[in-house]
Design a protein around this ligand. Structure first.
Ligand SMILES: NC(=O)c1ccc[n+]([C@@H]2O[C@H](COP(=O)([O-])OP(=O)(O)OC[C@H]3O[C@@H](n4cnc5c(N)ncnc54)[C@H](OP(=O)(O)O)[C@@H]3O)[C@@H](O)[C@H]2O)c1
Length: 266
């Protein structure tokens, strides 16, 4: 099934760089229908503009025009009201019913303080801040997305990770939040009919982005740092393009059931 053939609403969080930028780029490239709308979210307007330019350049001039909007939003403090307002603004003057499908890619994420051990992460202020960025905002956005597009078929993608299902030393923040996100989306998947709301927890593999650079630099897990260093130096670390193309193949093949956790390496 081609999810991007018909008139589509697409929202990507963390679209300013890394996997999110590539998701926005590759998915937009495949949208062929006049009236589709792409919404990019991040904190850096400059980097969101670069993503928008990359999309426009990739589509060329002889293609149907795609509307691309971008909004800056700090996920550490964002509320349901902010997401509702943002969706309202992006849909101004647009009849929702004319879309055939709405897609959200919950991609934005941070790795947390990886210099600490699990026994040391007891600062509730810091935990709340981290969970707000990576869990509360994701769930709040998802709720607003479900409400606004209740009548449309929806595809909901959570950028997951192997760390959601396997513990890694130094990654207590990250592993716990990603496990929580996976479970939230699994619950959503068992509650909603999959023909109307299809959910995918996609683990992209280890990708050459700022996130893995940070892990390599700051983790106290020397084994993990060495593995990333080795992959980077030997140029075997996956690229954002490789993982997004795999993601598109997973979607196309439709061998997963709603709510499944699918890894790049599966
Ligand atoms: N890279 C990997 O190997 C890997 C592996 C497994 C899973 N993942 C997952 O894939 C997703 C993308 O990872 P990535 O490697 O592409 O990360 P990245 O290069 O660090 O990009 C993170 C994105 O999240 C946004 N973001 C971060 N903090 C934010 C905040 N407080 N408010 C709003 N936006 C914020 C950033 O935008 P701004 O800075 O512009 O705000 C950026 O666009 C994450 O969910 C990550 O957990 C990555």
């Amino acid at each position: 099934m081609n999810y991007l053939q018909d008139r589509t609403f697409l929202l990507v969080t963390g679209a300013s760089r890394g996997i999110g930028r590539e998701m926005a780029l590759q998915l937009s490239k495949q949208m062929q229908t006049e009236g589709s709308l792409v919404v990019l979210l991040g904190r850096s307007q400059q980097h969101l503009d670069e993503t928008k330019t990359a999309i426009e350049q990739a589509r060329g001039t002889d293609n149907v025009k795609l509307k691309v909007l971008s909004y800056t939003l700090e996920l550490a403090t964002a509320t349901a009201t902010d997401f509702a307002e943002l969706l309202k603004q992006s849909l101004q003057g647009v009849d929702i019913e004319t879309f055939k499908r709405a897609i959200v890619i919950h991609n934005a994420g941070t790795v947390g303080d990886i210099s600490l051990h699990a026994r040391e992460i007891g600062d509730t202020k810091e935990l709340t801040h981290y969970y707000h960025i990576n869990f509360f905002s994701t769930v709040a956005l998802n709720c607003e997305f479900m409400r606004v597009f209740r009548q449309l078929p929806k595809l909901i993608v959570n950028l997951s990770t192997k760390a959601a299902v396997e513990p890694f030393a130094s990654m207590a923040y990250y592993c716990t939040v990603k496990a929580a996100r996976d479970m939230y989306f699994r619950v959503l998947a068992v509650e909603e009919p999959s023909e109307q709301t299809l959910v995918l927890n996609y683990a992209p593999g280890a990708i050459d982005t700022q996130m893995t650079e940070q892990v390599q630099r700051d983790t106290h897990n020397q084994e993990l740092a060495a593995a990333f260093r080795q992959q980077r130096e030997s140029k075997t670390m996956l690229t954002t393009e490789q993982t997004v193309l795999k993601f598109l193949n997973v979607l196309q093949a439709q061998k997963f059931k709603s709510g499944d956790h699918v890894d790049y390496w599966d």
